[in-house]
Ligand binder design. Structure first.
Ligand SMILES: C[S@@+](CC[C@H](N)C(=O)[O-])C[C@H]1O[C@@H](n2cnc3c(N)ncnc32)[C@H](O)[C@@H]1O
Length: 215
């Protein structure tokens, strides 16, 4: 993968990779647009999103958060990097999208104050694979904490590999369908899966879109 560091990193070190990537402008994961699978789910398959408040952790330049935002659904794009938040906010302003619809905030997904009403929608893409595998259980527990009952976690699985190949170096850290089941099944029910979803050209065969309902 383009943003592979070439060496295994500890959980403590991984966030330095992200601030370093943003400060040097090496954001080669960035496809410059909404994920095709998400657009297809919402526009073609007419997936009905709950209203309320949504979050996109590790939002980068915020394309997906901006796409999901709509009257009745305020989206928050959350990223560890101030440079990411700055870029996303500028893009939103350039597009003339109101901050009433989508806001961006410097946020550590694993440690921020959860609003009383929690989140009714979350979108996770290239975030699960961005965190160290040792943090995956915390990732699942954190989504369980921040989502309201009945809330929809849309997880675009990526980069999918066969189990025996899904180890090793990153980020991105390779994933399997089981990587998600292992940490979500206790608190979420899988209510939609599409393994033939549209993908970015360079990611064909590596993505499956899923929706998980908070129990
Ligand atoms: C691979 S990039 C993906 C960005 C975006 N989702 C996209 O597809 O363009 C991962 C992003 O997660 C952010 N990130 C990493 N750890 C984070 C954390 N603990 N909380 C919030 N954001 C984090 C990084 O700064 C980076 O922008």
């Amino acid at each position: 993968m383009a943003y592979q560091t070439g060496s295994e990193v500890s959980a403590d070190e991984y966030n330095k990779i992200w601030s370093g990537a943003w400060s040097t402008g090496t954001t080669r994961w960035d496809k410059g647009d909404v994920s095709p699978a998400l657009r297809e789910l919402i526009e073609d398959k007419q997936w009905v999103l709950p209203s309320g408040q949504g979050i996109v952790p590790g939002c980068g330049r915020g394309y997906d958060a901006m796409f999901l935002a709509r009257p009745g659904l305020h989206m928050v794009g959350a990223d560890l990097s101030p440079l990411a938040v700055e870029a996303a906010s500028k893009l939103r302003d350039d597009k003339g999208i109101s901050s009433q619809l989508v806001s961006f905030a410097v946020t550590d997904f694993f440690n921020f104050k959860i609003p009383d009403e929690k989140y009714q929608v979350a979108y996770d893409y290239t975030f699960f694979c961005a965190i160290h595998p040792s943090m995956r259980a915390d990732w699942g527990a954190r989504y369980a904490q921040i989502m309201s009952p009945g809330g929809h976690l849309i997880a675009l699985m990526y980069p999918l590999q066969k189990a025996e190949e899904a180890r090793g170096r990153g980020p991105p850290f390779m994933v399997t369908e089981d990587s998600y089941h292992d940490v979500l099944d206790n608190n979420f029910e899988l209510i939609h899966i599409d393994s033939n979803c549209q993908t970015h050209d360079t990611r064909v065969g590596e993505e499956i879109i899923t929706v998980w309902r908070r129990k």
